[in-house]
Write a protein that binds this ligand. Structure first.
Ligand code: SAM
Length: 341
């Protein structure tokens, strides 16, 4: 049952039909991206959404503000690439002022990010997830199809200089970057970053059938243990999607995210809104409601809260349940850029 309980006398604790708290929104602000990571989208890009199809900043702010009142405590801005959307700082600044929001963070590929870092710091962004799958510029080019490695590395160093916490997201792909696993763990020796290795997921905008994953979380861990036999398990924070580790003497940490194996659904606390306003209860589902459409039809906040409440009362138990119903409907693996990865 969906119900409210009081949270520090401020806003309610939002809970889903499986008793899981729902307190984390991932809001994708655009489907456009300035990289073409082959595991995310085709080389020619996607059929980009028109401006009218995208949610406006006003619409994003309205629904975010309502969700924060309902119990959302953390918002992550993602995409596509958030920094390719015009005037993104306007939205970030407005979101940072929402009363009751504990944390605003961003996932970015780091290409255009560096000049915005002082402003991000100023509005209170404390943590940024930076996507970087390799430390080799040649492999970076073959994975992303763009020559932007130096820009991303510059963003990494600028973020650290401003004392913004950095989590590096590296998708592990057979035959592409598994030789980067050890060097990326090495990076945590001198830099206070958390390097998180992510299982590759079937979200690349095609209809290719996935039949298992050669580099799953267990194999990734085995590889890391071979290189760093002294690595220690850390206690994972509540709702963490990563299994976390630390190499003694290193400044940073290591995480492994079983995104394909879906071992973390039991504590899932997150919902997603895509750039065109689709509410997703799960990364793997087909969308449960179009918030943009109902807002444009003139729904009141009271009615919208009811509709959202109903959606949270029908969350799938796990990503397998969600995926079954989506693939039955579409047969296609969406691009991560249209989902809000
Ligand atoms: N453009 C931003 C970025 O690159 O961080 C945000 C959007 S991107 C879709 C968000 C994250 O999704 C990135 O870390 C990316 O590596 C990850 N991602 C995209 N496709 C994926 C896939 N098929 N499997 C696993 N992770 C994926």
């Amino acid at each position: 049952m969906y119900f409210y309980t009081k949270r520090l006398n401020r806003y309610p604790l939002l809970t889903d039909n499986h008793g899981r708290p729902v307190n984390y929104l991932r809001l994708a602000v655009t489907d456009r991206c300035n990289l073409r990571c082959f595991y995310c989208m085709p080389e020619h890009g996607l059929d980009w959404l028109s401006r009218a199809e995208l949610m406006s900043y006003e619409e994003m702010l309205r629904v975010s503000s309502l969700l924060v009142k309902m119990g959302i405590q953390k918002i992550r801005i993602t995409g596509g690439e958030p920094f390719v959307r015009k005037d993104i700082m306007q939205l970030l600044t407005a979101l940072s002022k929402l009363d009751g929001l504990d944390e605003l963070s961003i996932t970015t590929n780091g290409v255009l990010t560096a000049p915005f870092i002082p402003e991000l710091k100023k509005i209170g962004v404390r943590s940024v997830n930076l996507s970087l799958d390799t430390l080799d510029s040649g492999r970076f080019f073959s994975i992303t199809r763009r020559d932007e490695f130096d820009m991303v590395m510059n963003t990494l160093h600028q973020l650290l200089k401003q004392d913004i916490e950095v989590k590096i997201n590296a998708v592990v792909m057979a035959g592409q970057n598994t030789q980067d696993i050890i060097p990326m763990v090495e990076l945590t020796k001198e830099l206070p970053v958390s390097v998180r290795f992510i299982e590759e997921m079937p979200f690349n905008g095609d209809s290719h059938v996935y039949t298992g994953l050669p580099w799953d979380h267990l194999r990734i861990l085995e590889e890391i243990r071979d290189g760093f036999p002294g690595i220690q398990k850390l206690i994972d924070p509540a709702h963490s999607t990563s299994y976390n580790y630390h190499v003694p003497g290193h400044k940073g940490d290591v995480g492994i995210i079983a995104a394909y194996s879906r071992t973390f659904c039991g504590t899932c606390n997150r919902i997603r809104i895509t750039p065109q306003g689709t509410l997703k209860n799960c990364l793997y589902d087909d969308g449960v409601l179009n918030i943009r459409d109902v807002m444009r039809k003139g729904i009141t906040n009271e009615e919208l809260e009811k509709v959202l409440t109903n959606a949270f009362n029908h969350r799938p138990q796990d990503g397998y349940e969600a995926e079954r119903s989506r693939i039955e409907k579409t047969g296609v693996h969406e691009s991560m850029a249209t989902i809000g990865g």
